[in-house]
Design a protein around this ligand. Structure first.
Ligand code: ZN
Length: 443
């Protein structure tokens, strides 16, 4: 890769996605601030692009000329820094998730307008996986917005109960062959936050499904109708959640885990003793797949309208391979149920793990997501907004601008992103020649 990758990445984020404009739009309630919020915000975005792992690590970078140039500022005087980590954390807490959210969404809007997602994926549809994630948990540290639960710690005589503090959110990831971008996230609200938001009858912290409903409503409101199918795990295989998706006009593919779950029980009765509707030999994947497919079941008392239930049993194609066959069951509704073959539905459903692999595992291992930048969840939500935007920009840049990246991606996209980030940083350190252009583009 050429040495100019770091500069190209930042130029691309500005020219194609207008992030300079977006950071300038984040409202700053301060009168005559010493440090413009737009500079603090561009610093946070660059920290995400370069995966700076904590506010302490960021404070060290803020003394360096190359870093100042990367965020569009003049180099600080020898022995001083652009601003302090304290200044950053104060502004993060003030802005919360609302600060960077419009920027995150605008990058997706621009990608959509630039036809990045035009081709769609299976069935030419756009599929988004949603899933719950718990990035922060502690038995000691806590902040004013923590969720709390009682957990047992210790062994034998020392066994006792303690209060555990944690934060959870539900994340939406656009699934695909190439770019898989974060579309949005919603935190579980605490009891106090629910009451403050007008939910007078609330008597506990919010559960995952309630946060997920807020998320899918926001996806529809923000992005309109180009996201067509929601893919989710067994927690969501219930009438009320399917009804929400149906009301919003989403199709859905949702895992069914328990054999006792309606409508799987009904489908099992219909399938009993019957051969599969279809069998497939997938030589490339080395799989022999049996598919049972029930369209237009009307069994859910809490969902008006038909559902489709599909069961797949995947065997190794090689008769010598003693791997146990694996069974998958899933329910689909709406456009997914109408347009996709049983085989395609299985592919979509199995891609659900991308949100754990491309997303959660990578963010936990290689990104600073689980580092507590600010001991206040409002501030952490803002950090996440910047990190997700950076994550999206990196993928868009790699797939659109770096020739051969799709091929390089191979089995381990994470490694390629990680080595790219290291090169981008080396380039910025080695070849800085003045502030990069973060000015709002001329109208
Ligand atoms: Zn907290």
């Amino acid at each position: 890769m050429s040495r100019a990758r770091g500069r190209q990445l930042i130029a691309y984020a500005n020219k194609v996605y207008g992030v300079g404009d977006e950071v300038a739009k984040i409202p700053d309630p301060r009168q005559d601030p010493d440090v413009p919020l737009s500079l603090i915000s561009s610093t946070l975005l660059v920290s995400g692009l370069l995966r700076v792992r904590s506010l302490n690590a960021l404070e060290a970078e803020l003394e360096k000329a190359w870093f100042a140039h990367a965020v569009g500022a003049e180099a600080p005087v020898e022995g001083s820094r652009l601003f302090s980590a304290e200044t950053v954390s104060r502004q993060l807490v003030k802005m919360g998730a609302e600060g960077p959210r419009p920027m995150l969404e605008e990058v997706i809007h621009k990608a959509e307008r630039n036809k990045v997602f035009r081709e769609g994926w299976h069935g030419a549809l756009r599929h988004a996986a949603i899933d719950g994630w718990e990035p922060i948990r502690s038995n000691s540290r806590h902040c004013p917005h923590c969720l709390e639960r009682t957990v047992t710690v210790g062994e034998g005589d020392k066994k006792h109960e303690v209060t555990q503090y944690y934060h959870r959110c539900v994340v939406a990831l656009l699934l695909g062959e190439h770019e898989e971008v974060v579309l949005g996230f919603e935190s579980h609200r605490t009891l106090e936050q629910r009451r403050a938001a007008g939910d007078k009858s609330a008597d506990c912290h919010e559960g995952e499904e309630t946060a997920a409903i807020r998320l899918v409503e926001r996806l529809r409101e923000t992005y309109g109708r180009w996201i067509e199918v929601i893919v989710a795990d067994g927690l969501y295989a219930n009438g009320p959640f399917l009804s929400t998706l149906d009301r919003l006009g989403f199709g859905a593919v949702i895992v069914i885990k328990k054999d006792t779950d309606e409508p799987l029980r009904e489908a099992h009765n219909l399938w009993a003793g019957k051969p599969p509707n279809e069998t497939v030999e997938d030589k490339e994947a080395g799989e022999f797949i049996e598919l049972w497919d029930c369209k237009e079941l009307q069994t859910l008392s809490t969902f008006k309208g038909p559902v489709r239930v599909t069961r797949a049993v995947v065997h190794p194609l090689d008769p010598e391979d003693a791997t146990e066959p694996k069974q998958w069951c899933f329910v689909s509704i709406g456009v997914a149920a109408r347009k996709l073959t049983a085989r395609q539905l299985l592919k979509v459903m199995r891609a659900r793990w991308h949100i754990e692999n491309t997303g959660f595992n990578q963010w936990t291992k290689h990104w600073p997501f689980e580092h507590v930048f600010v001991n206040n969840w409002r501030g952490m939500e803002a950090v996440f907004g910047f990190l997700f935007t950076a994550f999206n920009l990196l993928q868009l840049f790699l797939y659109r601008q770096v020739k051969g990246y799709a091929r390089l991606k191979g089995k381990d996209p994470t490694k390629t992103i990680i080595s790219f980030v290291a090169k981008a940083r080396e380039d910025l350190v080695a070849a800085h020649g003045g502030p990069l252009d973060w000015q709002a583009a001329a109208a």
